[in-house]
Design a protein around this ligand. Structure first.
Ligand SMILES: C[S@@+](CC[C@H](N)C(=O)[O-])C[C@H]1O[C@@H](n2cnc3c(N)ncnc32)[C@H](O)[C@@H]1O
Length: 361
């Protein structure tokens, strides 16, 4: 009989390992639903209310970083905003702590599985134990202890955590499958080589491979724990995807090499100079007529819709997102065009949306 607090290999939930105890899984499911009901369902109203409240107190969104104490006082005086932020932070802490604690009951098993996968295919894995990690990438992003790069199991934490972060909609990689289906291809239709940058655990790269089985697919990330776990995860699906530890601003691929390059929610997690270099590198490695698809938050600077306003600022302060405010206010479209791309289309600017950017033929 399986006891609820008994730690065992409990198999997979789709392509993501189940947590090793039923009690932990139940707890994390509860936090996921709490987030859905208390936060996600009221996202827009809370964002609008936060923007308006700050404005009513004479605080422009652009100024908030310079008057943090004043912003805190305004929020503390508004029961709805104060409760929202407290619940949001607590949910984040609860699910991170529980997932990391649960997985670490099986740490040695996981380290062994990752090591065994290194010499196994399909697909390949390259990483460097002496990779010169830039300081900006060492932050405790999403208040995750040791961040993306400082714990050998960070990829597994990320995989289990995003099941909650995406509101339970990521089971079986549904979110990334939809992204792959919606990916706009080069106008001439030729897609022999695909590159995903900032791939984390490789969900989008794997979905690209499923939709384009004859294409060579590469998945890169600055974090060794991410690409090591991504490689293990792709093997479980018998997918031939090549994982490499590589910084998006210094891609080690030849010029004019790829037909399609994609980046999903990478840009709001890197500093602005790195964004500029990353765009230049995406442009360089794409062949003429190739396409770069960038999914991330809106960066329109006029009325700061959605994540660009109150919600994004608070996420930055309370959820370890130091670079997001820089991204959402930069007007990335202008930088894209200055890099040489022609923007073919932009999705709904009030949401996280895709920008389809072509390298002129
Ligand atoms: C939010 S996650 C991306 C999620 C992933 N693209 C997906 O679709 O699930 C951001 C990732 O970017 C990686 N990253 C941060 N800076 C990077 C850089 N300069 N080059 C490549 N990857 C980077 C992090 O290690 C992390 O795995």
């Amino acid at each position: 009989m399986t006891r609820s607090n008994y730690f065992v290999d409990r198999g997979m939930n789709g392509n993501t390992p189940a947590l090793p105890s039923r009690a932990d899984e139940s707890f994390v499911d509860y936090v996921c639903e709490a987030r859905n009901v208390l936060l996600h369902a009221r996202w827009k109203q809370l964002g609008d209310h936060g923007n308006k409240t700050l404005k009513d107190h004479g605080i422009a969104i652009e100024q908030t970083k310079d008057c943090v104490k004043q912003v805190r006082d305004v929020i503390a005086g508004d029961m709805e905003l104060a409760s929202f932020l407290r619940i949001k932070r607590s949910c984040q802490e609860m699910y991170k702590d529980r997932i990391i604690g649960s997985i670490n009951t099986q740490r040695d098993d996981w380290l062994r599985k990752l090591e065994e996968a290194e010499s196994t295919g399909p697909g390949s894995l390259e990483y460097d134990a002496d990779f010169p990690m830039p300081d900006y990438a060492k932050v405790q992003i999403h208040i995750q202890p040791r961040g993306y790069v400082g714990d050998d199991l960070a990829g597994l934490y990320y995989d289990c955590g995003t099941q909650i972060f995406f509101g339970g909609n990521n089971a079986g990689d549904a979110w990334h499958r939809e992204l792959a289906e919606r990916t706009t291809m080069p106008e001439d239709g030729k897609v022999d080589r695909i590159l995903e940058i900032g791939c984390s655990v490789g969900q989008l790269a794997c979905e690209h491979k499923k939709r384009n089985p004859d294409a060579e697919v590469w998945a890169t990330d600055i974090s060794a724990p991410m690409v090591r776990y991504g490689h293990w995860r792709a093997i479980q699906q018998d997918l031939d995807v090549n994982f490499v530890q590589m910084a998006s601003e210094a891609l080690e691929f030849p010029d004019n090499h790829f037909d399609l390059v994609t980046a999903h929610i990478l840009f709001h997690e890197i500093p602005r100079p790195v964004i500029e270099k990353t765009l230049a590198e995406a442009f360089r490695v794409l062949r003429p007529g190739g396409t770069f698809v960038l999914w991330d938050f809106s960066t329109t600077s006029d009325d700061h819709p959605g994540y660009g306003g109150f919600l994004g600022l608070m996420d930055s302060a309370d959820n370890g997102e130091p670079y997001a405010p820089g991204f959402v206010t930069m007007g990335v479209e202008e930088t894209i065009e200055n890099t040489g791309f022609v923007i073919r289309s932009i999705g709904n600017p009030a949401q996280m949306h895709d920008r389809v950017c072509d390298k002129p033929a």
